[in-house]
Write a protein that binds this ligand. Structure first.
Ligand code: IPE
Ligand code: IPE
Ligand code: MG
Length: 247
């Protein structure tokens, strides 16, 4: 089915986030090493990013590396970091062509120097792009993010710049990595796993969740369009009753 033509572009999710999972299993199924799964995952990233920009999604966040992924074997972590550097370099023209701005969220300080520099370079070069914001979650963990936001708020209180009674959801939100971005409205996870794996806990508070068995290297824009079509056929009640929404 051609889901693209069925999508209502006036009702796109303001922010789509993707847990790109299943690279290792994809490789294993083909009799290849895990790292080959990651390499083939880059094609899926390119197609998904272009597809999102094509229909007019404003924010796309991709979970590329979690705080827990540092615990993987060193050769796999090293390969992922090398792949990050080469993909950032290779994808810059695609980002420019599609008017996409790159941002990154996570504990970026602990990324290898070369990766951090390449990331900075692409973020700088795409800074003025307006059509879509692509957010890479790298060395990202939601518990880390909430912990560092809490520390910042505590410091403001200690410095006398903030009273505890004035702390509201916005206060915390302003200190998240995603400050200034809309909440996630559609969260997609590939590979058939039904868990969040420490991704955007705060920002997905009211997201619609979409799970697909497709392994990440096989994911293409048509699959994104199907997920958005599915999202558009759900009733988002935000605590209200169905009748209230209709009146
Ligand atoms: C997702 O694929 C990529 C990263 C987590 C970096 P996996 O590497 O987790 O693949 P599976 O889940 O082992 O198949
Ligand atoms: C989540 O996938 C992290 C990324 C996609 C970057 P994992 O494969 O690391 O998650 P678990 O281990 O299955 O929870
Ligand atoms: Mg996995």
């Amino acid at each position: 089915m051609d889901f693209k033509s069925l999508i209502d572009t006036e009702k796109l999710p303001a922010h789509v986030a993707v847990i790109m999972d299943g690279n290792g299993r994809w490789a294993k199924n083909q009799g290849l090493k895990r790292v080959m799964g990651h390499k083939n995952g880059v094609k899926a990233v390119r197609d998904t990013v272009e597809g999102a920009a094509e229909i007019g999604v404003k924010y796309l966040t991709l979970y590329a590396f979690s705080t827990e992924n540092w615990k993987r074997p060193k050769y796999e972590v090293d390969a992922l970091m090398r792949l990050l550097i080469s993909s950032l370099r290779d994808e810059l023209p695609t980002l420019m062509k599609n008017d996409i701005r790159l941002k990154a969220i996570g504990n970026l300080e602990i990324l290898p120097e070369k990766g951090r520099k390449q990331l900075q370079e692409v973020m700088q070069k795409t800074e003025g792009n307006k059509h879509m914001t692509l957010v890479l979650a790298l060395s990202y963990g939601a518990k880390d993010e909430l912990t560092q936001a809490t520390k910042k708020v505590a410091e403001l209180v200690l410095e006398g710049k903030l009273m505890p009674k004035d702390i509201g959801p916005d206060t915390l939100e302003n200190h998240l990595y995603t400050s200034g971005m809309p909440d996630v409205e559609l969260l997609i996870r590939t590979s058939g796993e039904h868990r969040i794996s420490n991704f955007l806990l705060w920002q997905i508070a009211y997201a619609e969740l979409y799970f697909t068995p497709i392994l990440w290297p096989d994911f293409r824009r048509a699959n994104l369009f199907e997920a958005i079509y599915d999202y558009q056929h759900r009733e988002r009640r935000f605590g209200k009753t169905s009748e209230q929404l209709k009146s």
